[in-house]
Design a protein around this ligand. Structure first.
Ligand SMILES: *Cc1c(COP(=O)(O)O)cnc(C)c1O
Ligand code: SF4
Length: 364
């Protein structure tokens, strides 16, 4: 939908620079494209003062209707609920307190996270780092910051992996990205780079063969994408993955479980099996963190377990991600599995629930 608004030829539409140049950045622009009732427009205008909107034309075009419940629109249009005061926190995962040098979060033994950028092709309304959208942090790391991070990696030989995230790291200028890849790859103990990027879903045009070769120019690189809904699995996304794979970069995906968007077995089945068709391995399904401005997207923790329980045995095991949530204060991720143990049978043997719901004894 909405694509006709731009009346542009396909070569420009498929140019990532054109997409960024035409990114929608205000409610008044949005109102020219998406029909909005006056109250709805007023609501969006109030929210954008706190959490600005950014939407690539491509992403908006994935909406299938102008109904506010459309899963694409719900992910990118501001919602009055973002301003509700509740028990959400700006930084529920305490990333700032686990940061030994600017932009680096070291929480696990052998891998660290690097916040390389605060810009994104789309401001996802459920973003766990929306605190950065208006923060003082410069959009890209300075030479000094990169040197500090590199020094820290060298001084921690137990670190094997650096996860380059953001914002979207893949929106950095190419020379900056190249500099980061070189700096991190030059550290002997760093064995792999992991890029966390939402561009395969929001700006797949960015993955030209040349750009994918740049990403692959350092230590072995993996990319973790962020697809939340089957409407995001397009021909353009498939093409992006093809280019990544041709450059030797495997692609995994993490999904956030979002109330009213993908919190049912049918939608996630389509998403996970669709990801496999695109040759992307579903890696994580995250329970939404208690982030200020995102609380209305949260489901109960039980919801994800019910969905995975409904899907187990029914779709390829390769299509099933780990279900995980983050402990408060940055104490790390916890993976959860549906409980498949039933009672003991009369002989005292453990019963297990098969995927078809039968209770079967197994007591080895
Ligand atoms: C999630 C996360 C990682 C990566 O964890 P994996 O289980 O390896 O995917 C690394 N660092 C931080 C700070 C994280 O939040
Ligand atoms: S792309 Fe990622 S970092 Fe950017 S707004 Fe979306 S969820 Fe947040």
């Amino acid at each position: 939908m909405f694509k006709q608004y731009w009346q542009t030829e396909s070569t420009r539409w498929s140019d990532w620079r054109w997409q960024l140049k035409n990114q929608i950045r205000s409610s008044s622009e949005l109102a020219q494209i998406v029909p909005l009732a006056p109250e709805r427009l007023a609501e969006i205008t109030a929210v954008e003062q706190v959490y600005p909107l950014r939407i690539s034309p491509y992403y908006l075009s994935l909406a299938q209707s102008s109904n506010p419940d459309d899963p694409i629109l719900r992910q990118c249009l501001p919602d009055g609920a973002e301003l509700l005061l509740n028990d959400g926190q700006p930084d529920a995962l305490a990333e700032e307190t686990h940061s030994p040098v600017p932009r680096l979060v070291h929480r696990y033994a052998d891998r660290a996270l690097y916040i390389s950028n605060k810009h994104c092709a789309v401001h996802c309304r459920h973003c766990m780092r929306k605190r950065h959208w208006c923060s003082e942090m410069a959009s890209q790391p300075s030479n000094e910051e990169i040197a500090q991070a590199q020094k820290y990696l060298r001084e921690h030989p137990e670190l094997r992996e650096i996860l380059i995230s953001g914002g979207d790291p893949l929106l950095l200028p190419e020379n900056k990205l190249h500099q980061l890849i070189e700096a991190f790859s030059a550290v002997p103990n760093i064995e792999i780079l992991r890029f966390g990027s939402r561009l395969p879903a929001t700006l797949p045009q960015r993955f030209t063969p040349r750009f994918c070769r740049l990403l692959a120019s350092g230590k072995p690189a993996w990319l973790v994408s962020h697809f939340n809904h089957p409407s995001e699995l397009t021909i353009e996304a498939a093409q992006a993955v093809e280019h990544l794979l041709q450059a030797g970069i495997p692609v995994l995906n993490q999904t956030v479980l979002l109330k009213g968007i993908n919190d049912n077995a049918e939608t996630l089945k389509k998403l996970f099996t669709g990801l496999l068709r695109l040759k992307i391995k579903p890696y994580y399904l995250f329970h939404a963190d208690p982030i200020q401005g995102c609380m209305h997207f949260r489901t109960g923790l039980q919801k994800g377990l019910e969905i995975l329980d409904a899907l187990r045995g029914r779709i390829s095991g390769m299509a099933l991600p780990h279900y995980a949530f983050d402990l408060p204060q940055g104490e790390g991720k916890i993976r959860l599995e549906p409980d498949v143990k039933a009672n003991l049978d009369p002989e005292g043997r453990q019963l297990y629930r098969s995927y078809q719901g039968k209770c079967i004894a197994y007591d080895m």
